[in-house]
Design a protein. Structure first.
Length: 447
């Protein structure tokens, strides 16, 4: 249809498509054809589809569109999605686009952009239904029919006083199921949760998770209702937070952009510093090996188990730090719980160390009987590995679980305690534990 320039048929086909599906189809087209599709779509549908497209693709499309298309789409977009686009643009480009808005939309856009970055104010939309408590159900329903079309969601109706201060939220089903003469004051229960416009988006995510709501009202410092935040915005925040934490846990800074679109030098800058730090830290492992070179020279068999020891400690530490960081992100663990976590991880480390130590001892025993690899002192070597693994695994779980608490205590992101960083820390201390245990058990025999 595009090749045949049959735009009327194209408009008719796409008119019934869900915006999310239409966005997928458009992104598979060449850029010049994407612009053509947007040109033939009705303005409201074009804006809905535009909101389902990623920020990078949105910017490319805006550069390719005509002035009239840009004006139409920006003015039809929902305020929260438009704010997400504007805050990613350079300030000069954002100001230029804001000037294209109608006076009312420009006032809304500048108001939302005036809130701190990563705050709830940047996510909210001012499109909601607010009523007074002395209204009847009949009046509420009439008001919704007249003004509800532009509301972000009709799941909740918000009750405010004469000054606009939020005093309750009521589910729409309450109005649908009550007699038309019932007053709002007889329906509301004075039990509601609200966000503050300056709250962080992470805090808002925890509130949504706690109350399991499809939408939450947003108030200013005086309790005046200024907007609402819906669950679809929270899903984006949750995905962004999880992506950032996973990238940090992998031993890298957060990329702040999709993998295939981030510029190569920028990616190197994000990844190189951590690798350099880890590389320099691992040099301490070589230093520790050199410190115990005499023991290794007298009992070369000890060197065979160095990878086994340090990898077990690193793995247990990585396990512990990942579990604790995720528990912190979900609000399951707070700073004052450090003692409970430490006590739990000490016993966990002991149990896990005994399991691995037993396997290590049995491995040495079986190989000694089958292949006579470790000489007549294999029982002492097996005991050394047994107790070394207990010590290293306990230290790994303890340090891995406590490091996120230490970072949170000094105001840093606990996700910075990446698994590679913890593994590197445990590598060095694991060698010290291993050779100290070996010296105590093998002194007078192999050492």
């Amino acid at each position: 249809m595009i090749e045949a320039r049959d735009f009327a048929a194209l408009r008719e086909v796409f008119r019934e498509w869900p915006p999310a599906d239409l966005a997928e189809v458009i992104l598979d087209l060449p850029e010049d054809e994407q612009v053509i599709v947007f040109r033939v779509l009705p303005a409201a549908l074009a804006a809905d589809v535009f909101e389902y497209i990623g920020i990078e693709e949105q910017q490319q499309l805006l550069r390719a569109m005509t002035h009239e298309q840009v004006v139409a789409i920006l003015n039809e977009m929902s305020p929260d999605d438009r704010t997400a686009l504007l805050e990613e643009l350079p300030s000069a480009a954002a100001r230029q686009l804001i000037r294209l808005l109608t006076p009312d939309e420009r006032r809304v856009a500048t108001s939302l952009l005036g809130y701190p970055e990563d705050s709830v104010g940047r996510l909210m939309t001012p499109d909601f239904i607010a009523v007074k408590e002395d209204w009847t159900v009949q009046r509420v329903l009439d008001y919704v029919r007249e003004y509800g079309r532009d509301s972000e969601t009709l799941n909740f109706v918000y009750v405010v006083d004469d000054r606009g201060k939020l005093i309750d939220d009521v589910r729409m089903r309450e109005f649908l199921l009550r007699p038309l003469t019932t007053k709002v004051s007889d329906i509301r229960d004075r039990n509601f949760a609200a966000l503050n416009a300056t709250d962080s988006q992470q805090d808002a995510l925890n509130v949504f998770r706690k109350y399991d709501r499809a939408a939450l009202p947003v108030v200013d410092s005086n309790g005046v209702l200024v907007g609402i935040v819906t669950s679809d915005d929270m899903l984006d925040v949750a995905e962004e937070e999880a992506t950032e934490d996973i990238q940090k846990l992998g031993g890298s800074e957060a990329l702040d952009a999709p993998y295939l679109t981030i510029r190569f030098p920028h990616m190197i800058r994000k990844r190189a510093p951590w690798l350099v730090i880890l590389f320099l830290s691992e040099m301490l492992t070589a230093t520790a090996m050199g410190f115990f070179s005499d023991e290794i020279a007298r009992a070369v068999v000890l060197a065979l188990f160095v990878p086994l020891i340090i990898s077990s400690g690193g793995n247990s530490g990585s396990q512990a730090t990942t579990i604790v960081i995720r528990a912190m992100a979900l609000g399951e663990v707070v700073l004052r719980d450090w003692w409970k976590v430490m006590r739990r991880e000490v016993f966990s480390g002991l149990a896990l160390g005994v399991i691995l130590g037993t396997i290590g001892f049995l491995r040495i025993a079986v190989w000694s009987q089958l292949f006579h690899l470790y000489g007549p002192h294999w029982p002492l070597i097996g005991v050394t590995i047994f107790f070394s693994l207990i010590g290293v695994v306990m230290w790994g779980t303890l340090s891995g679980s406590m490091l996120p608490f230490a970072l949170r205590r000094v105001g840093l992101d606990p996700a910075t305690a990446s698994a590679p960083f913890v593994a590197t820390l445990v590598d060095v201390t694991g060698l010290i534990i291993y050779f100290t245990v070996a010296f105590l058990i093998l002194r007078g025999t192999l050492l």
